[in-house]
Design a binder for this molecule. Structure first.
Ligand code: SF4
Length: 165
């Protein structure tokens, strides 16, 4: 797995002060994507879990980690250990995905890695970026089809519970 970038502090990729990890590889190819270099799974540097974790632990003010890309759900197995370690420190996990929450639930039924990973995600910003539904300057999402979802409440209810409209 390769990563296209890592920010150890950001306030624009989720609520609070966050680290942001951009994974490489995306199958969605949304028209108007601002991060097209991330479509290539070989773009960037090798992922080293300890490097990311250690950089995060150097910042005592972080609220959490945001996974972006690229498509984080291509790497549920690879990211699981980092996500578990980060959550064990009391920080939260946001993830962007080009899949819808419903697609991820169906995938999780036949893939234990996806199921296990979803159990650790607190907030999901789901769906492809659709240029015809673009909403400039909307917090945390690029098009109106995308939803900001409370994952744990949604898993419990087995239907989408929005974290933020
Ligand atoms: S899902 Fe995200 S990274 Fe992938 S093509 Fe769409 S906007 Fe770009």
């Amino acid at each position: 797995m390769k990563i296209g970038g890592f920010y150890s502090d950001s306030i624009s990729n989720g609520v609070g002060w966050r680290a942001v990890l951009f994974v490489s590889g995306c199958p969605h190819h949304c028209l108007g994507c601002h991060n097209q270099e991330s479509w290539d799974k070989d773009y960037g540097e090798p992922y080293v879990e300890d490097d990311i974790y250690n950089q995060m632990m150097e910042n005592p003010f972080l609220d959490g980690l945001t996974l972006s890309g690229g498509e984080p759900f291509l790497y549920c197995q690879e990211l699981f250990s980092l996500v578990k370690r980060v959550k064990a420190t009391g920080l939260n996990i946001w993830s962007y995905t080009g899949f819808t929450f419903e697609e991820l639930l169906r995938w999780a039924e036949r893939n234990a890695d996806v199921q296990q990973f979803l159990q650790e995600v607190d907030v999901l910003v789901d769906g492809k970026f659709l240029i015809e539904k673009m909403i400039p300057k909307k917090r945390f999402r690029g098009s109106s089809n995308q939803r900001i979802i409370d994952v744990q409440a949604s898993l419990k209810k087995q239907e989408v519970v929005l974290y933020m409209a």
